[in-house]
Design a protein around this ligand. Sequence first.
Ligand SMILES: *Cc1c(COP(=O)(O)O)cnc(C)c1O
Length: 391
Amino acid sequence: MPTHPDESSYTAATVAVSGGRPPREQGSPVNPPVVLSSTYVSHGVPQPGEPLYTRMDTETWHPFEETIAALERASEPGVVFASGMAAIASVFSFVPVGGVVVVPRHAYQVTLGFADDLAARADVTVRRVDVADTDQVVAALDGADLAILESPTNPMLEVADLPALLDAARQRGVLTAVDNTFATPLGQQPLTLGADLVVHSVTKYLAGHSDVVLGAVVTDEPELARRVRGYRTLHGAIPGPWEVWLALRGVRTLALRVERSQATALELARRLEKHPAVLEVRHPGLESDPGHARAARDMHGFGSIIGLRPRGGREVADALVDAVRLWVPATSLGGVESCLERRRRFPTESTTVPDDLIRMSVGIEDVEDLWADLRRALDRVPLESSDGAPA
Ligand SMILES: *Cc1c(COP(=O)(O)O)cnc(C)c1O
C-alpha cells in the first residue's frame, strides 16, 4: 500500500510529508486532487472496487487514509469518518447487545457518554477502570468483549502500561482499541504494541489548526477494516471532501507542530511547578509525575497537554482562565493556538476530575510570550479561596 516503494522505512515525521502523493509522472500534480462528485459513471453490474457513490467510497479520501495508515504502521488503509466520535461509535459497534466493554474512568467524556448510552439501551455492562492501575484493568478484561483505552488520558494525563494491557487483552481474546489522539502517531503507535484498532480525533493534532472536525480508525486486520468500512457506509458518517483535504494539508506539518508544542509544554510545566500560586501540575514529562517512568519508556516525547491546579480552588481556576490574554479560553486541543479550560465546567465531566483542574493545550506560539501571559494571570489571581482561608 505504501505510495513509494521505500516508504515503510521512513520515520513517521517523513511519512507525514511523503504519504498519499499522486504517482510521480511527468506533469502530474504534487498534491492529490479533490473530486467533488457524489456519484460516478457506472452501468451494468458494479465491479468490486469500482467507484460508484461517494457515501460508499471516494478517491478523495484515499490519500489521507493511506497516510494515516502509514503513520500508524498499519498494513490496511485507514477509515476516515465525519468526526472522532463517529470513528469511536464504529468501534463500539463491536460490542454485542448484552456484552461487556472496558473504558477508562477518565477519558474523553463523550466516549464515556457513548458507553453509558449503550448500557441504557443495549444492556451493555460498562467497566470503568483506572488505566494507570494495570492489575485493575487486567481483572476487568476477564469476560469483556472490547476495551477502549486512552493513554495519556483526557484530561488527567494518566499513562497506561499499554504493552502489558494489550498483551493481557490478546491472551483473553478481548478486542482492543486505543484512542491515540493525545499522543499522535509520533508519540506512540499502538498497533505496534499489540492494539487491534487505533482511533483518532483528527480534529486535534493531525489536522492541527482548529478548522476541521474529522476522525479515523486504523487497523492491521483486513476483516476489522472491512467491518469498520461497512459500518461507515451503513451509518453514513462520512466526511466531506474539503475536510479531508484540509486534514491532509495539516498532517504535512505534524512533526514540526508537535515537536515545538511538546518542547514548550515541558518548559511551561517546569516553570508552573515552581510558581507559588500553583497547587499541582500534571504533565508526563515532569520527573515528579506519576506517569513519567512509563511515558519515558513507551512514548517518544510527552505530549503537549498540561493539567494545572491553581491554589484556591475552582473560583481561582475560573479567574485564571478569564485573566489570560494570549491563551484562548476554549475547549478542544491540538491546534496551533494555545487553549485552556476548567474541565469541570462541563456537568458531564467525571466527578473524580478535580473541580479546579485546568486543561491546557500548548500550541506553537513563542514560549516566552505564553509564559509571560500565564505568569501575569497567576500573579493577579488572589492567593486565597473565596471563603477567605489561605489556600
Ligand atoms: C476530541 C476528542 C474526541 C472526539 O473527537 P471529535 O472529532 O470531536 O468528534 C475523542 N477522543 C479524544 C481523546 C478527543 O480529544
